[in-house]
Design a protein around this ligand. Sequence first.
Ligand SMILES: [Zn+2]
Length: 366
Amino acid sequence: MNLLSFFSPTYSEARSRFLEEARRCDLDVTSHIHPLLGSAGEELALDVGLDGARRASCLLILSSGCHGIEGHVGSAVQVALLNDPGWRQSTREAGIAVLYLHALNPHGFSWGRRTTQENVDLNRNFHDFTLPLPRNPGYDEMAGLLVPHGWPPSEAVQAALGQLLAERGLAAMQQAISCGQHDHPEGLFYGGHNPTWSHVTLRHVLREHGRDCSRLGWIDLHSGLGRSGVGERIFEGRAGDEGPGLHRARSWWGGEVTSIDDGESASAAVTGQMLRSLYAECPQAECTGITLEFGTVPLMQVITALRAEQWLENHPETPPPTALQIKQQLRAAFYPDSDEWKRQVLEQAVEAARQAVVGLRTGSFG
Ligand SMILES: [Zn+2]
């Protein structure tokens, strides 16, 4: 089987491919239909496929497309696993049910955006919105520089950003830009003021499938941060679970599992993360989850691509050739057109999935 054939060029093809494999494997499939249509007029959905018993005591969640356009990678991993009889047999023998969540943010996937239709970063949207939201003064300060009125940015804008970078360093800049903000709805890494459609739908799915298991593992597939072709395993635990949870994650996935809270990760410490919803929705389960984040191009290139694309979103009157160039730049930053990269990604994702099965089967070391 040609591994590269698991990658699809569009959301629509990725969805058809996933549903076809899910049917072939006789998965229990539910499609949660999105209220809007995709870029080609197609139906959008969060497709949920369960491989295994409904009330299994061990559940492994494999999810794609939290950040829309990153779904090209996650979808390929899901399709590859469904095509791997050895993988399916190992989960069956271990008594583990696998829940595939295909395209958590189908709108972003179809429209080639990282955000939801609300321009929200889904992985910054999991807040209790009855409480005051975190402030991000570091972002406030440079909001107008990151997504300026004109694109490409003027020399004055780039010089001002360059000065901030020189004064504060790349790590502090990355933290301010990407940790999440709630005051600039037309800006980057916007966390929103309400739960998005994807947020609400995911919680519903977790309640439906995640309330009978005693152990739960989750691998959420992403791309765009870190060294090219390297899958960083980033621990996602609730505050206070850094001890036993992180220890358990490292016993499953290896000592190189990083935590966003200790500065080792390619990711900044962010707020409103999706995986933390597990603790509220599946309180009975021992939860062990990671973001599996595949590096693509250098960080500054990713940020530039995101800035340009947000500017384009704010300026729909942009001439089509410029718009196309900006969209292609974003796609290249999250879904590199490289066979070698695709092979590396699949290999590491399959390994992480297999490690999760061993971890779930063996039980807690934490
Ligand atoms: Zn992501």
